[in-house]
Ligand binder design. Sequence first.
Ligand SMILES: [Zn+2]
Length: 138
Amino acid sequence: MTDRLSTDRRSWLMSRVSSKDTAPEIRVRSAAHRRGLRFRIHRRDLPGSPDLVFPKRRLAIFVHGCFWHRHPGCRKASTPKSNIAFWQKKFAQNIERDELSRRKLQSLGWQVLTIWECETKREDTLYTFLKEIEKYGN
Ligand SMILES: [Zn+2]
């Protein structure tokens, strides 16, 4: 049990390490760049270190992995069959952290948008998301 848990914990830590510059983030960044949108990435001085930040629009974007951040109703947000309690706790912590970051950003006057990993894979949802960003001015 202990070994199993530490294996899960290790893979979780590794996923955290590689959670920057993921394929979904790169898809959003390239698409935004193609539309001429100007942004900053990984502003570590902001709560939750948003994946994209549009300073003039006062807009922070999170590109969330469906599994780790629990995309509601998404089939990628499955729960592993073993160590269910471990995973449920971990997922609950992730959701809580996301919510806290969002609230802190909002209290600092930032607006927050989230795009899910599976949405970045579809041209139509990605396009709709970029249009949404543009509604926040330039
Ligand atoms: Zn999803």
